[in-house]
Design a protein around this ligand. Structure first.
Ligand code: TRP
Length: 328
């Protein structure tokens, strides 16, 4: 049986943190075994909001591939590539833009939200409005069955399906409608309990050094109702406990609950356990990071190999697409 195909991308906008790991990457790593995977760095998508400072994007591309490699994305098992090096995405974007009604784009809730959030940037551009058309092209150019995305991306994926349907209706069956692959993802809140995000300064990065992590853990607020060590604590409202849930063996979690709620252990003890487990978790990631940091050619060679495979696959689709619309 042929493996099902998966396509997904990330914008290169900064180093990845634990939230990305548990929310997205952990799933990607598992998919490598079961699916034919295309994972790409969406540098053109980064340009839709960063067009005035494009020099930033270059570095983040390298960072992103290094982060991916460190957590265990394996270029032998999946196709890792750079969007802007597969020009077929741009060609399909142009063709799809001809048949995409403006109303579909203007109504897109993600479009409205992001534009509101990034009010400081001028996002009144043609490119930004077309963000989901480019995303549809990224996906459809590989004709995959599945697209693993977070919930925030579902409106975009719905649009991808609508665009595919419209193309198929106008020119004949060409694109299968890709389905969202929503997997159970653990949500790891930031150090302050809000969503983990670079802009909140509440993240632990995959490539962060242990000293700096230690400082952050020490400064974390726990159960704020627990004023003294003798007061019983409540793990359910403690910022630390979600981390234990992902990083600490179940029996130790039980022990923590008992000792916290009976005021036998203080928060400092609890933080020590967490830090140890966090270090254990990050160790193999940091080891792999050293390998790719040392080998100055490795990122380029991973991308070159992936770009070539992606191009071949995308070109196959484009041959069909061009002929369907009577272009050569
Ligand atoms: N918009 C996605 C995000 O911000 C990134 C992305 C671009 C993407 N093209 C894609 C994701 C294609 C999945 C498939 O997360």
């Amino acid at each position: 049986m042929e493996k099902k195909r998966i396509v997904s991308g990330m914008r290169p906008t900064g180093p990845l943190h634990l939230g990305h790991y548990f929310g997205v990457l952990k799933n990607w790593i598992n998919f490598q075994e079961e699916y034919e995977c295309y994972f790409f760095v969406a540098d053109w998508h980064a340009l839709t909001s960063e067009y005035s400072e494009p020099q930033k994007i270059r570095n983040f591309i390298y960072e992103l591939v290094k982060d991916w490699f460190s957590v265990g994305l394996n270029p032998e098992k999946c196709i890792i590539f750079l969007q802007s090096q597969v020009k077929q995405h741009a060609e399909l974007h142009l063709l799809l833009s001809m048949l995409t009604p403006l109303g579909w784009l203007e109504r897109n809730p993600t479009y409205k939200e992001v534009k509101q959030e990034l009010i400081a940037k001028d996002l009144n551009t043609y490119g930004f409005l077309g963000y989901p058309v480019l995303m549809a092209s990224d996906i459809l150019v590989y004709r995959p069955q599945l697209v693993p995305v977070g919930e925030d991306q579902l409106p975009h994926l719905e649009l991808t399906r609508e665009i595919a349907r419209r193309f198929n209706y106008l020119y004949g069956e060409t694109f299968p409608e890709p389905q969202a692959k929503l997997t159970e993802a653990a949500r790891l809140p930031g150090l302050d309990g809000r969503k983990m995000s670079k802009s909140y300064g509440n993240s632990i990065y995959l490539n962060e050094d242990i000293k700096s992590i230690e400082k952050k853990i020490r400064a974390m607020l726990t159960d704020t109702n627990r004023k003294r060590k003798n007061d019983p604590g409540n793990p359910n409202i403690c910022n630390l406990f979600p981390y234990h849930k992902l990083m600490t063996p179940a029996e130790v979690q039980e022990e923590i609950i008992t000792n916290c709620t009976q005021a036998k252990w203080g928060c400092v003890d609890c933080k020590k356990i967490l830090l140890n487990n966090l270090i254990k978790f990050l160790e193999p990631i940091h080891d792999k990071r050293k390998i790719i940091d040392k080998d100055s050619q490795l990122v380029d060679s991973i991308l070159e190999k992936g770009n070539k495979l992606a191009r071949e696959s995308a070109e196959e689709t484009m041959k069909i697409v061009r002929s369907k619309i009577n272009f050569i």
